[in-house]
Write a protein that binds this ligand. Structure first.
Ligand SMILES: *Cc1c(COP(=O)(O)O)cnc(C)c1O
Length: 381
């Protein structure tokens, strides 16, 4: 927890769980990415945390933005980004949203099949855009990631040249290749095999007279939760080595799309213990119910994928295994049960708990009012 967040929470008066985002951490993370990959442009993945203050800071620092919808594009523009710093990175878009994005000035679009290329091409014709660029997303197995993004997005690398050539024939610029190695990727070498595939697509396209320019290295950079993770410089080194290995001295233009790695560690949730109980007197495991759960901020505990560090004022006391659950009347609203969470035996109803590393994928995954619990309140300081 940063000193600024500690000070903020000391004086907070409102009831209910909240997340506090420290913009100083976001700024440091942006600089860390810029330093680790100096020739790579940063496209912040807006879905991780679209708070206007976060987007405004990043726009001022020179970041570009990876947007998945027209609303995200409008948020990035409102934060001060120009349209040439925005990519429409979702491979699944309504044609009228592509039209709207083009009307707003966006020219860079992700695709992973010819049907999506057709939408971009028809939209360009309709809006009178002559300089639309497409990049083709290729599949990545997501090995080593705690939150894989495989299967749903991308095509096999062998298909990518056809998709891009199709766009070229329709008057679009075949700009490059993208992939995502899976979110919370702990293996710094995960980019290597994807870059081998990307390089193969570059070569195949070259034999067809198409010269690709760009590799979009996606996101995947981790936040520090319970397990230790390598630092941003290690990722930068490994990616640069893999780029050199597969592209030699003809390095492509590159971009990264960090989401979690940019804002995860900037956030801290303060929550409250609502109930502590047992299911039978003889049970060893206690149930600890918080006023936050899967539906109001901690969706990424799904399948216990992300294990957040939890701090209490009683840390240091003897601990007992606990099932950690949320407050709603839905039995899937249980966060950690397969692997119980060790919490102090002295923990009491009404105690505050602090959940660290919660700046990414918390507010955006929070339901509007399931069971009457409001969406996660956010303060950006
Ligand atoms: C979600 C997403 C990201 C961000 O991923 P992180 O693992 O949070 O860095 C980047 N690019 C695309 C296309 C995404 O969908």
């Amino acid at each position: 927890m940063t000193e600024r967040i500690r000070e903020f929470l000391r004086t907070r008066r409102e009831d209910g769980p909240c997340v506090v985002i420290d913009l100083d951490v976001v700024r440091e993370n942006y600089h860390a990415f810029s330093r680790a990959l100096p020739d790579t442009r940063v496209f912040y993945a807006v879905k991780a945390n679209p708070a206007p203050e976060v987007l405004g800071l990043l726009a001022k620092l020179g970041s570009c933005f990876d947007c998945a919808s027209v609303v995200e594009i409008e948020l990035a523009l409102a934060a001060g980004a120009t349209a040439d710093r925005i990519s429409f990175g979702n491979t699944i878009k309504k044609e009228r949203d592509v039209v709207r994005a083009m009307e707003l000035g966006v020219r860079l679009f992700a695709v992973d099949c010819t049907a999506e290329v057709d939408k971009v091409s028809r939209s360009a014709e309709k809006v009178g855009v002559a300089d639309a660029r497409i990049f083709c997303r290729i599949l990545c197995d997501g090995a080593g990631a705690d939150w894989p993004l495989s299967r749903k997005f991308g095509c096999v690398p062998e298909m990518a040249a056809d998709v891009l050539e199709h766009g070229h024939r329709l008057g679009l610029t075949a700009y490059g290749i993208s992939f995502h190695v899976g979110s919370q990727q702990a293996n710094v070498n995960a980019w290597d095999s994807a870059l081998a595939s990307a390089s193969a697509v570059f070569k195949e396209c070259a034999t067809r007279g198409l010269s690709l320019s760009m590799v979009n290295l996606g996101g995947g950079f981790p936040a520090r939760y319970l397990k230790p993770i390598p630092g941003v410089p290690s990722y930068g080194d490994a990616i640069f080595r893999a780029l050199s290995k597969h592209f030699g001295n003809q390095l492509p233009e590159t971009i990264i799309e960090p989401g979690r790695g940019m804002v995860g560690e900037a956030g801290l949730i303060e929550a409250e213990v609502v109930l502590i109980s047992k299911k039978a007197e003889s049970d060893d495991v206690r149930w600890v119910y918080l006023d936050i759960g899967k539906f109001n901020g901690l969706a990424e505990t799904m399948d216990e994928a992300i294990r957040y560090p939890i701090r209490t004022a009683r840390d240091g006391d003897a601990t007992v295994p606990c099932v950690l659950a949320g407050p709603t009347c839905d039995s899937v609203d249980v966060m950690y049960e397969k692997t119980p969470y060790m919490l102090p035996f002295s923990l009491e109803i009404g105690d505050r708990v602090l959940i660290e590393g919660t700046g990414a994928y918390t507010t955006t995954y929070s339901a509007v009012a399931f069971n009457g619990f409001p969406p996660l309140r956010q303060y950006v300081i």
